[in-house]
Ligand binder design. Sequence first.
Ligand code: C5P
Length: 427
Amino acid sequence: MTETEVPSPLRGKKILLGICGGIAAYKTPMLVRLLKKQGAEIRIVMTGAAARFVTELTLSTLSGEPVSKEVLPETEANDSDWTRHISLGEWADAYVIAPATANTVARLAAGICDDMLSTCFITLRPNRPKILFPAMDGEMFSSASVRRNLAWLSENGCRIIEPESGDLASGQCGTGRMPEPEIIAQIIAETFAETRQKSRLTGKSVVVTAGPTREKIDGVRFISNYSSGKMGFAVAQAAASRGASVTLISGPVTLQTPPGVDRQDVETAEEMNREAGKRAGECDVFIGAAAVADYRPETPARGKIRKTGATMELTLVRNPDIIGEFARRKKTGQLAVGFSLEPTEELHHAEEKLRRKGLDLIACNTFDGETRGFDVDTNVLTLIDGRSEPRRLPLLDKREAAERLLDAVEELMNEQQPEDHGAGLAV
Ligand code: C5P
């Protein structure tokens, strides 16, 4: 990307697309392609009737993900997958229902959950946009019941995009046509762009440290840890998508730089500390997600240490406490957010760390090698700010955990400077 190119607001966004059984469903494969082209991830839920208009095979091929219709798995082989309605609701940054038929509009307004599409409507996380594109015959669209149901959905936080006028499948002319895929994609992008405006992090400077550090023993060996950097990269990506200017100071990892993030690669804790120090003065939020080696060999050998005796002694010295340094010097309005990896979920160690290092917020996490900790895609965080009750988040994808962490950061910013601009939560 060149410096002048502005990334699409759809880039990196996770969009759940709900397709109902109306003729306008034929436009959805093109919509999926357009959204993906602009960098969004798409998962699709469809009603049984929708599958009569557009095939599951087409949609799963274009989205690259299986399509869901029913809440309970459709084959016994997928029995363990029956909580997908929850994970999809947690996953999505926005839920777009296009086309939304009269029947589905009525079911959603009534809170009925008899298939995957309607169930995800209520499992979607609060603050995530729900955008409905009603499409039906003109008479149906102007009927009292459809108007009432749409009005109720609109009053309850849904964005309803009025259909266009023109030729309808019935052969009549009227209001009921679903907009073309290009227009739908544009409306979704605008919704994200508007929501981004409301974030407290928009225009703020955020520094994130991520990954492990390597501490040289000699020219060919080092001390390190298993940190993958996934959590820190997810935090950097989430902050950038909220409009923050993000510097990601990363130890050696194999991850791609998230879009719109300025990345500085380092190897040792001392290098990470130097890079962090350069930005400490002007950053608004410092998030220490790196697994910094606590100690480094006192005097690394230049070449390769030869093996001699049966044992070998290595003298280690303490590394600088990067986030601790930042917190010690921080000015009013700057926030220091750390992580605390603990062998057990006893929170007092993390609470003690929060106080000792002078942090504003700490995310305590444990490791089990399977669902939490290093080199896995999910995590369980408990957010502690030392004033309110610790908040334990459920097992979440690291990207979702990063969003929740930033929601908490924005809450702290609101408390500190309530007069600052719009206090909405971002997606
Ligand atoms: O002391 P401990 O390593 O458990 O603290 C973890 C937190 O402190 C994390 O946020 C980590 O990024 C940060 N840290 C640091 N510099 C160190 C050690 C840890 O910034 N030398």
